[in-house]
Structures are given as C-alpha cells and as structure tokens.
Design a protein around this ligand. Structure first.
Ligand code: SF4
Ligand code: SF4
Length: 235
C-alpha cells in the first residue's frame, strides 16, 4: 500500500533474481496518505540503494523512483515508457557493466545479507527529513558507502570467556548463535546479520562477545571442546 514498505532488501533481491531494472512509483512528496511520510523513506532508500549498486559495479540508472498520484495515468505511462527504454538501452543486467552474472549474484546476495547492518549504520541519515527532493541529493556519497563496506563488523564469541549463560542465544533475532546449557556458544557467521545484540547483552562480567573489523573471524571452537570451563570461585 505504501512505497515506504519497499525495503532495500526487496530491491537487492529483485536484482539478485536477475531483473534488469526496478521502477518505483510513489505518491507526491508532501502528499502522503499516512502520517508516516513513507514516500520520503522510499526516496532515501532509493538514493542509498543507487550508491550500493554503484559499489557493486552496477549502473545506478537501473533503479528509478518517480512521484505521481493515482489520477496521473499519463504521467505513469510516460515515465514507465521512458524507464523501459532506458533499461533496454542498458541491456541485460551486468552486460553493459561487464560483470559476470554469477559473480554479480554472489555480490548482491552478500550485500543483501548486510541490509540490517547498513540500515543501522545509516540510521541517522535514513531518519533525516527535508521538504524537497532536491535537498536529498548528495545525502549518501560513494565514499561513505565504500567506507561502510570496508569497515563491516563481525561478532565472535571468545571461548575462553563464554560462560554459557544463553542470554545472547535467546536474544539473537535470526538464530545465528548455537549453544546450550554448559556449552560454549558459537556464532554462525553465515546466518549473522551483524545487529550487535549479542555484543550488547553479554553480561559485562563475562564480556565474551568480541567485535572484529578488518581481520578474519577465528573459526568456531570444535564441537568436542565446547564444554564450558567454569571460572573457579575465589575462596
Ligand atoms: S550480531 Fe549477534 S545477535 Fe546479531 S545476528 Fe549476529 S549473532 Fe545474532
Ligand atoms: S551472553 Fe556471553 S557468556 Fe552468555 S552465552 Fe552468550 S557469549 Fe556466552
């Protein structure tokens, strides 16, 4: 019902599925039917996504947002015709960019997994509100997106410190943490969306969750070595 519901992840998924272009029609800015200003959210999402497409190596013109009302049928046909023509000129996804299809899919899927992280990292800008479309130009820069991906954070549970209290496992929103009573917990990196919840909830007296940037995450501790070593109480 609202362009604001079109998530960054949906657009990346569409490209990952091989579509050549994504068009979004949204209500005129300032004329949102709801109090949420969903069309402003849509605009910011599109601007961010365009920079991400550039980062991946895709032409950002493959994504377009246009604002119109349901009574402007002629505007709709005109912009859709124009966009279709533009996408035809660009050719199949990856062809004008000279990127291998499989490589492209892998990159898009990798970035799509980072959507919660991207939204968190860019939360302040995504909450920015200006009145006119022009004011949003330059809200996101290519440099900051490069930096964002260069500094992607990973989370790791230090087996020497984990006391198997299970708090992080219960709070992880995507069940990326494996563990049980008396078993050192581990994070499945392929499932982790880098929300940082485990880092925040691990009790400070354990401080077992580490934030890692710019270096590889150590492999998880082997299953047979996961019995927790309780910290001995001082007498
Ligand atoms: S950062 Fe921690 S809580 Fe968040 S998804 Fe990854 S493992 Fe789960
Ligand atoms: S919250 Fe910390 S101590 Fe508790 S299970 Fe998770 S990593 Fe281990």
């Amino acid at each position: 019902m609202c362009s604001g519901r079109v998530d960054l992840g949906f657009v990346l998924k569409a490209f990952s599925n091989g579509v050549d272009g994504v068009f979004m029609g949204a209500c005129h800015l300032g004329e949102c039917n709801y109090i949420t200003h969903g069309n402003y959210h849509a605009l910011k999402m599109v601007l961010l996504c365009k920079k991400i497409l550039e980062y991946i190596g895709l032409n950002p013109e493959r994504l377009r947002i246009e604002f119109m009302s349901s009574g402007e049928g002629q505007v709709f046909t005109k912009v859709v015709d124009d966009f279709s023509k533009q996408v035809r000129e660009l050719g199949p996804l990856g062809s004008s960019e000279d990127i291998d299809r499989n490589e492209l899919k892998t990159k898009l899927e990798e970035v799509r997994k980072l959507v919660p992280y991207i939204k968190m990292a860019k939360r302040e800008k995504l909450e920015t509100h200006f009145e006119s479309e022009e004011e949003y130009e330059g809200l996101f820069t290519r440099e900051e997106i490069d930096e964002l991906f260069d500094e992607v954070v990973s989370y790791y549970i230090d087996p020497e410190k984990c006391q198997a209290c299970m708090i992080c496992q219960r709070r992880c929103p995507v069940e990326a943490i494996e563990g049980a009573k008396n078993l050192i917990h581990i994070i499945h990196q392929d499932k982790c969306i880098k929300c940082g919840t485990c880092f925040e909830v691990c009790p400070p007296r354990f401080g077992a969750v580490q934030k890692i940037t710019g270096e590889p995450v150590p492999p998880p501790i082997p299953e047979q070595e996961r019995a927790v070593k309780r910290k001995s109480k001082e007498k």
